[in-house]
Design a protein around this ligand. Structure first.
Ligand SMILES: Nc1ncnc2c1ncn2[C@@H]1O[C@H](COP(=O)(O)OP(=O)(O)O)[C@@H](O)[C@H]1O
Ligand SMILES: [Mg+2]
Length: 159
């Protein structure tokens, strides 16, 4: 696990941009953390780094937002998924085929998602603008990029 700390929303966006530099078609990124942790801002920084100029807003449940940058970016929010059967409405397998997919509250869908994933848990810190970001990679695709990810996030790394 890589642990990073940010002290301003812009730092979280910059960290997201660094992660985006390693993104590949077919990637799945779960964003985990309470309301206001910074999951949507992370996605904004991520998408901007891949050339998306459209405003990235919170997706409504059951609706995935799709942005076309250097690669396709799917953005979902699973906050209101109460039963995993509802996840069928999201047509996840089809979505995951194209581009990189970021899912806020992705832990709610974890059982129906492929194992290969990058999980980013954002935890509130002491100060209003302090956040701790814990990055965990699962599967060979992230293992192969782990050293590059360590380098990419080195500026924010605390452990
Ligand atoms: N270090 C930080 N990283 C991310 N967001 C921060 C940080 N400091 C303050 N914020 C603020 O926290 C809020 C995060 O909102 P948002 O990204 O919508 O969260 P979520 O999608 O997790 O509910 C924004 O108002 C943002 O400006
Ligand atoms: Mg959000």
């Amino acid at each position: 696990m890589l642990v990073c700390a940010t002290h301003h929303v812009d730092h979280t966006c910059a960290l997201a941009a660094a992660v985006a530099g390693l993104a590949q078609d077919g990637d799945l990124i779960l964003l985990v953390g309470d309301l206001g942790a910074g999951k949507t801002h992370f996605t904004q920084g991520f998408a901007r780094a891949l050339g998306v100029t459209d405003r990235v807003t919170s997706p409504t449940f059951t609706l995935a937002n799709r942005y076309v940058g250097d690669i396709i970016i799917n953005h979902l929010d699973a906050y209101r998924v109460e039963q995993l059967s509802e996840a069928e409405d999201l047509a996840l397998p089809e979505l995951l085929e194209d581009g990189v997919t970021l899912i806020e509250w992705g832990d709610n869908l974890a059982p129906v998602l492929p194992m290969g994933r990058l999980e980013i848990r954002i935890v509130l810190g002491q100060g209003d603008d302090d956040r701790r970001l814990e990055l965990t990679g699962v599967g060979p695709a992230w293992a192969a990029r782990w050293a590059d990810l360590e380098t990419a996030v080195a500026d924010w790394r605390v452990a």
